[in-house]
Design a binder for this molecule. Structure first.
Ligand SMILES: Nc1nc2c(ncn2[C@@H]2O[C@H](COP(=O)(O)OP(=O)(O)OP(=O)(O)O)[C@@H](O)[C@H]2O)c(=O)[nH]1
Ligand SMILES: [Mg+2]
Length: 360
């Protein structure tokens, strides 16, 4: 009897859980009138168990996450990625020899690692962009990056168009591009504006202020404000974009993130003892900057956005918005030309051709 009572109580709790309060986004208007709510069911059905099924499937298959880092040499890109994933997923820079230094152009390097935590496997690919913005003349230095992003969309599209499609198409598309702004305390430079204006149309960009420990709190606040103004004035789209908020709840959450962007971050690969606890930090003459302490810097906000709260959304936006825009454009092009898929050119995927002229 006792047991039965417990089961009954459990069911009552479950019923409240399965109750559908809002119409599901995938249901049409007429469907919504036929929703049978939890309290109208004769008993426990078990629909919610689908979440466990999804979880088991994802755990078995694992998932891919591809993150690109862009910014001048020495801004702490590799250090930050290593701090984000608490592992050595990106090699820190070693001083290049003179030859390498003068012949430097932007060339992309991607490195993949499998990271496993509590049975969940993630194939993380870090795409580094050494050489970006390091030249005296940085004209068109974003071109190899635009090309790389589009090439990955093209690869995916070709796989999708195959008659015999793979069960799972390997996903090399860039899910997120973290753009490193030097902590100058001034405003966006022309190269920042040009890069983000172009790339913001084809990929999710998350701008960050690098090495924020070099700014005072007032300087940081002012710099952040100025950058937000510059982003708006130049029509630059950064993640999370307002137009892709799915509902009011999303909007409230994302508005908070938008008010706080760009995150002023500090990276490190060292642990230090603070009050008997090990913390990730940078030791200075004046004390330890605790990287994950929100009172010290905004690294934790960035980590939460990229990994803990929006990782799946970044992948969804890459697939449903950016890849979709590319796919439609390419298929329209080939329909107009009457060929299967015309060769990929640099302009493919960038929305406005006039954009190719440089303002640097
Ligand atoms: N003060 C400060 N120094 C940092 C920070 N992050 C990294 N550094 C240091 O800056 C130097 C360069 O860091 P990297 O992570 O190699 O920089 P990178 O942007 O990957 O450089 P490249 O690979 O050459 O493009 C290293 O000595 C780091 O220890 C930070 O947040 N604050
Ligand atoms: Mg590096």
């Amino acid at each position: 009897m006792e047991e039965e009572k417990e089961v009954m109580e459990e069911r009552e709790v479950d019923e409240r859980v399965v109750e559908i309060e809002h119409p599901l986004p995938c249901l049409s208007e007429s469907d919504t009138q036929r929703i049978i709510k939890g309290r109208d069911l004769f008993g426990y059905v078990g629909i919610e168990a689908v979440l466990d099924q999804m979880r088991r499937k994802t755990m078995k298959a694992g998932f891919e996450f591809n993150i690109m880092v862009v910014g001048q040499s020495g801004l702490g890109k590799s250090t930050l990625v290593n701090t984000l994933f608490k592992s050595k997923v990106s090699r820190k820079s070693c001083t290049p020899n003179y030859e390498e230094k003068i012949s430097k152009t932007v060339h992309l390097q991607s490195v993949s690692h499998i990271i496993e935590e509590k049975g969940v496997k993630m194939k993380l690919t870090v795409i580094d962009t050494p050489g970006f913005g390091d030249q005296i003349n940085n004209e068109n230095c974003w071109e190899p990056i635009v090309q790389y992003v589009n090439e990955q969309y093209e690869k995916y599209l070709k796989e999708e168009l195959n008659v015999n499609r793979k069960k799972r198409i390997p996903d090399t598309r860039v899910h997120c591009c973290v753009y490193f702004l030097p902590a100058t305390g001034h405003w966006l430079r022309p190269i920042d504006v040009e890069f983000m204006r172009r790339l913001g149309k084809i990929v999710s960009i998350v701008p960050v202020i690098a090495k924020a420990d070099t700014l005072t709190l007032d300087e940081r606040l002012e710099f952040k404000q100025r950058i937000r103004q510059d982003l708006q004035a130049n029509g630059i789209r950064v993640y999370p974009q307002k137009e892709y908020d799915e509902d009011a709840e999303d909007r409230i959450l994302n508005d908070k993130i938008r008010e706080n962007i760009p995150f002023a971050v500090v990276g490190t690969d060292k642990e230090h003892q603070v009050n008997g606890n090990k913390v990730l930090g940078r030791k200075t003459k004046w004390g330890i900057i605790e990287v994950e302490n929100v009172a010290h810097c905004e690294f934790a906000h960035l980590r939460d956005l990229l990994i803990r709260s929006h990782l799946q959304d970044l992948k969804d936006v890459a697939h449903n918005i950016h890849y979709e825009t590319y796919r439609v454009k390419r298929l329209n092009e080939s329909n107009a030309n009457g060929v299967a898929l015309s060769p990929l050119t640099l302009e493919n995927g960038t929305l406005e051709k006039s954009d190719t002229e440089s303002h640097l």
